[in-house]
Design a protein around this ligand. Structure first.
Ligand SMILES: Nc1nc2c(c(=O)[nH]1)N[C@H]1C(S)=C(S)[C@@H](COP(=O)(O)OP(=O)(O)OC[C@H]3O[C@@H](n4cnc5c(=O)[nH]c(N)nc54)[C@H](O)[C@@H]3O)O[C@H]1N2
Ligand SMILES: Nc1nc2c(c(=O)[nH]1)N[C@H]1C(S)=C(S)[C@@H](COP(=O)(O)OP(=O)(O)OC[C@H]3O[C@@H](n4cnc5c(=O)[nH]c(N)nc54)[C@H](O)[C@@H]3O)O[C@H]1N2
Ligand SMILES: [Mo]
Length: 695
């Protein structure tokens, strides 16, 4: 028996993108452990991925292509078919659809099952360009953040995790890294022990808030007012940096005037946070320098998410803290380099790019919002929209259409796969090759296929190659190996990204993880911002023109339009937040027994006041309902949430929880910027199931 070790990478949606080592014996993976030499992973894996073999070797992994024989939805019946039959049927159906409606009638839907360059980025682009299919606006997660940060600073260039060791104050604003980016935590804890003050801003007491010095719990969606109110305090006290602002910010005079609209008492009223506390935090933020603001994408998932993030990005400018080690913002490193667009897309000989469809409007798109041509086929891979996309009841309605041809490429028969006409079995990360870059750091990591694919599983890229062949597409860039793609992408990108110098496929294979040549850089140290003014763009005309938002950061009340179901009063509504669960990544892992046990059944957390007025006690079954839909779960009465707010976690599979989850209530209304999803702007009504109250 010979054991062999290969480099692996956690492919899941998390800023940490950990590097691991898989041990293989006789073609079987026997161990998956953290890479001790990776600067972020540092020899440990999170609760979700620690037992990755249980995920990859799950007894319910799909192993063969399936064709549905019974009804769509519910508990469909399946018949095993060969890959040849599956390819024949897909190419034939698509051929007919293209003849009748054009290729834009086909919509690929993918998101975050894997974040690999080959199995996600390249799979999102090349084949669909060649086909001329509709394109997906990928706005489910953080597009408002991306646009807001990009417009203000010129790109996403987060401070490296270890720079928090130099911070004197850290505000973790609407983020929960204990669960969502755990490899930042050892740095935060070390800084904290050394005396760095840690403040968490979150309407609920999250795991991260529990460990903070101070927890501010504003009303959901009121953070822009909070930030601008803090700015006003800072200016009133003369703690801002006028010289810095004059030299390095654009639009400060106008923003300074705008701050008149955010007096302390008014902001306290909007946010529900005590005026004295806001004042104290503002003063400390401006005086305990360097001070750092950490946020992730959770903060932007509400209707005014884009303007909220612009307000947060203004604070370091007002206090002159961009370009200072341990200060500024800690968000995403995604713009340290961008892959060569030409190599990613390979548009040679392709039809004109197809129309764009916002992924947050999937249900609407399938049920009449998109016409000329209507969507006649959906190809889902690396995503589970029935469980994870907003307004799932409408998505289910769309997927029930008898004339819609749905193909789902998956590792498991998910909630979404239940609606497929054809299900194709996908490889796990242990069975395919890929290249990954973190979005919380700047290390590239190579994932070598450790074991052969399980039975008839195929990777995303291999599957699209087979469909390309069946459709008669012979372009070589649709039929490269994963290594050829990685090699080409690095070589082409290195032509405009000097930080890739010295990094190539062979080195990645040999070393597993290779940092870009800028890991210790202080972002914006040269105070050059890639914005139109070259400065921090506090006033932004282009955003105003493109999205119709105020050119300055501003807070506007942007309530959910959900109307009360009959028998309920409007003022009985609660704001339902559905943040990230600790033991799943969105709906990935929620079908894994041990993790599901640790996470527990879904609960609805309610403040005692809201529970009392509804006659609800911990352990009661409750129904959560609004005009979009409803779902049922168990109540937990807790002071961890503020009055007027309820909390449950995203990610639970609908079919394992009575047929529906939180996304039966979430809204598909788009946010203020970039078509962003608005999961957290969700008005619901809550009712104990036995015995509806008599009103
Ligand atoms: N364990 C785990 N890790 C994950 C994920 C997962 O599902 N599970 N998902 C991954 C993905 S896809 C992403 S995008 C990231 C997200 O990473 P984060 O943004 O850190 O996570 P979220 O839980 O989405 O949101 C963070 C916090 O925002 C709070 N929040 C909601 N609305 C408001 C508001 O209006 N104001 C304020 N101040 N706070 C608010 C929520 O209560 C929550 O605690 O995490 C990634 N990591
Ligand atoms: N209520 C609520 N819902 C939310 C959010 C929220 O805050 N609240 N957050 C949203 C956010 S931030 C995000 S990013 C989205 C994520 O939404 P999705 O991207 O849909 O993520 P998952 O639900 O994890 O589904 C990913 C699927 O990909 C499959 N998969 C994994 N690897 C592969 C592969 O290599 N090939 C193929 N073909 N399949 C693979 C997995 O088995 C899994 O079923 O969820 C959103 N949903
Ligand atoms: Mo996300």
């Amino acid at each position: 028996m010979t054991a062999q070790s290969v480099y692996s990478v956690c492919p899941h949606d998390c800023p940490d993108t950990c590097s691991a080592i898989t041990t293989v014996e006789d073609g079987r993976a026997v161990a998956f452990v953290a890479n001790p030499d990776h600067a972020i992973t540092r020899g440990w894996l999170c609760a979700k991925v620690n037992d990755y073999l249980a995920h990859a070797c799950h007894p319910e992994r799909l192993r063969y292509p399936l064709r549905r024989t019974g009804h769509k939805g519910g508990a469909p019946e399946w018949k095993r078919i060969s890959w040849g039959e599956a390819m024949g049927e897909i190419s034939e159906r698509w051929g007919e659809i293209i003849d009748r409606h054009g290729a834009e009638a086909i919509l690929p839907y993918s998101y975050s099952g894997t974040l690999g360059l080959v199995q996600m980025d390249v799979c999102n682009t090349r084949f669909w360009n060649r086909l001329g299919a509709s394109r997906l606006i990928r706005a489910i997660c953080g597009s408002a953040c991306e646009f807001a940060v990009g417009a203000t600073l010129g790109g996403r260039h987060s401070v490296p995790y270890h720079h928090v060791l130099d911070s004197e104050m850290l505000i973790i604003w609407g983020s929960n890294p204990v669960s969502t980016g755990p490899h930042l935590m050892p740095f935060i804890r070390k800084a904290h022990r050394r005396g760095c003050e840690v403040v968490v801003v979150d309407p609920r007491r999250s795991r991260t808030a529990r460990g903070a010095d101070l927890h501010l719990a504003p009303r959901p969606g009121s953070d822009a007012a909070l930030a601008l109110g803090m700015a006003r305090v800072i200016v009133d006290r003369g703690l801002h940096a006028p010289d810095w602002l004059r030299s390095h910010a654009f639009g400060w005079e106008r923003l300074e005037q705008r701050l008149d609209e955010y007096p302390l008492e008014g902001v306290a009223k909007i946010t529900g946070v005590d005026a004295g506390v806001i004042e104290e935090v503002a003063i400390r933020y401006a005086t305990r320098k360097p001070s750092l603001i950490k946020f992730a994408d959770g903060i932007n998932r509400n209707r005014n998410g884009g303007q909220t993030v612009r307000a947060l990005c203004a604070l370091p400018a007002i206090t002159g803290q961009y370009g200072v080690r341990g200060a500024g913002i800690c968000y995403s490193t995604s713009d340290y380099f961008n892959w060569s667009h030409a190599a990613l897309h390979h548009r040679e000989g392709c039809p004109a790019p197809g129309r764009k469809i916002n992924m947050n409007r999937l249900g609407a798109a399938l049920t009449g919002e998109v016409t000329d041509p209507p969507v006649m086929s959906l190809y889902v891979f690396g995503a589970n929209p029935i469980a994870s996309s907003p307004n799932a009841a409408l998505i289910a309605e769309g997927l029930m259409r008898q004339d819609l041809f749905t193909v789902v490429h998956e590792l498991f028969v998910t909630d979404t796969a239940d609606y497929a006409d054809i299900v194709l079995p996908a490889t796990s990360q242990l069975e395919h090759t890929d290249l990954h870059r973190g979005y919380g750091h700047t290390v590239l990591a190579y994932n070598q296929a450790a074991i052969p694919p399980l039975d008839e599983c195929k990777s995303n890229w291999e599957t699209l190659g087979l469909i390309a062949t069946a459709m008669g597409f012979v372009e070589p860039w649709l039929h490269q190996t994963a290594d050829e793609i990685i090699d080409e992408m690095i070589t082409e990108t290195a032509a405009h990204v000097p930080e890739l110098k010295g990094i190539n496929l062979n080195r990645l294979k040999r070393e597993g993880a290779v940092p870009l040549a800028l890991d210790d850089e202080v972002p914006y140290a040269d105070l050059q911002f890639r914005t139109p003014s070259g400065k921090v763009q506090l006033y932004c005309q282009s955003l105003a023109e493109r999205f119709g938002v105020d050119p300055l950061p501003a807070w506007t009340e942007s309530p959910d339009a959900a109307s009360p179901p009959s028998g309920y009063d409007s003022d009985e509504a609660l704001e339902l937040l559905s943040p990230a669960p600790h033991h799943f990544v969105s709906s990935s892992f929620a079908n894994q027994d041990q993790l599901a046990r640790r996470e527990g059944a879904p609960t609805l957390q309610l403040h005692p006041q809201d529970a009392k007025s509804r006659g609800i006690a911990s352990g009661d079954r409750v129904e959560v309902i609004n005009s979009r839909g409803s779902f049922k779960l168990e109540a937990r009465v807790s002071e961890d949430v503020i009055p007027g707010v309820a909390v449950t976690y995203k990610g639970f599979w609908a079919k394992q929880n009575g047929g529906r989850n939180v996304n039966w209530t979430t809204s598909d209304t788009l946010a203020d910027l970039a078509g962003q999803s608005t999961f957290h702007t969700n008005r619901v009504w809550v009712n104990k199931i036995e015995g509806r109250r008599v009103t």
